[in-house]
Design a protein around this ligand. Sequence first.
Ligand code: ADE
Length: 460
Amino acid sequence: MKFDILTLFPEMVTGGLNTSILGKAAEKKLIEINAVNIRDYTLDKHGKVDDYTYGGGAGMLMQAQPVFDAYQAVAGGRKLRTVYVTPQGMPFTQKLAMDFAREEELVFLCGHYEGIDERVLEEIVTDYISIGDYVLTGGELPAMVMIDAISRLVPGVLGNEGSAEKESFHNDLLEYPQYSRPEIWHGKQVPQVLLSGNHKLIGQWRREQSELRTRERRPDLYLRYEQKQKLYKKLSKDKRNHIQFMESLFRGKGEILYAQDGNVLLYDADCRLCMMTVESEEKGRQLLELVPEGIELFLNSQEFMNKAVCERFSFVVFHECHQVCYTKKEALPIKHKDIRLLGPEYLEDIAAHYHMGSREYVKGRLLAKAMYGAFADERLVGFAGVHDDGSMGLLYVDEAYRRRGIGESLEAYVINILCRQGYTPYGHIVVGNEASLKMQERLGLYLASDHVWWLGREDW
Ligand code: ADE
């Protein structure tokens, strides 16, 4: 992902962003920081970029010409998503960070002095964003804050097992207290449970502490957490039919846009995906009005809403699917022994055989460490993975290696990993794929009574 930062102080931005995790990400070419000095583009022979404000008032204003020319130098005729960092903008949130993380290139415009001539803002800015209700001396620090938050969501940047995708309900809670050596400091003892070695008890204690801390310090967040918990419990009464909603909430991906009676609308900003179940078409049509701009996919629980969804977003129905989930606790046996986590070097092998998502999508899955491969004689002969919404899929086995249990082994492998991570493995099987359905049954997955429909843009 490329960040172009239009600024009067490029050294401030590059100095701050070229170290630590982001520095490493830039070295690995996962992100690129392009700081552009607006002053290099002024036509004023003394290098001036600011002037007095018409109508009077204290301070100087950045002029339109150098800002516009700096933008043109970067955009070269393209229309790029351009963020003007300003205390007058919308508050920056994790959700917005997810939204921005989907762009391939993002421009940040950093103001100074009293601001920037309105006319150039009108021509180039797409988003006005603030990092909080206070005023700083310039836009560089806010731009750096946002770039940090966005970059850690770019697949591969965090790189470790604690990646952003692995967060669960904990997303809505503040972190629990943590302790390091020594065991006693200033007479204060580390809580006994943390020394117990009992991971289940430790997990419980941490969850309780997180809840307590959130309730005390951020009652607004706690309210949201409670709402999700309540909805999760309600949905769990029919787990097989609601598994996609439940896993989305549990993974901390789905935000509740509406939940009342039998009407639920969730939005996963990361996947730009909405999921809906409603009691009537009329209610469904009302809820479609709550759907944010720019959604790319829709998972519909009822066929009677397909027409309305397609009309509203110019979508088509991709697939009608069965839902299956694995709710047992036992790990599954795996017949094919050579299954490994796949790295980005397998992109071409996978893209050649997987056609239900773009090459970029597959790359993202590899970087998120969500793809596994079956090998025979050191050759990749099949793969499976976890989609960005949390469902299992991306399954393929080479023609010459079919009917040997490799597909089944791959799915069992993914199931065991998801179970170890605390998730409920689930997936969608296109109606008519009887071979896959039989395999799900053999593996012990349960079939939901209702179907679901995947809708999206024709060219997705
Ligand atoms: N520029 C100055 N103050 C700011 C803030 N709070 N957020 C974003 N940009 C700013």
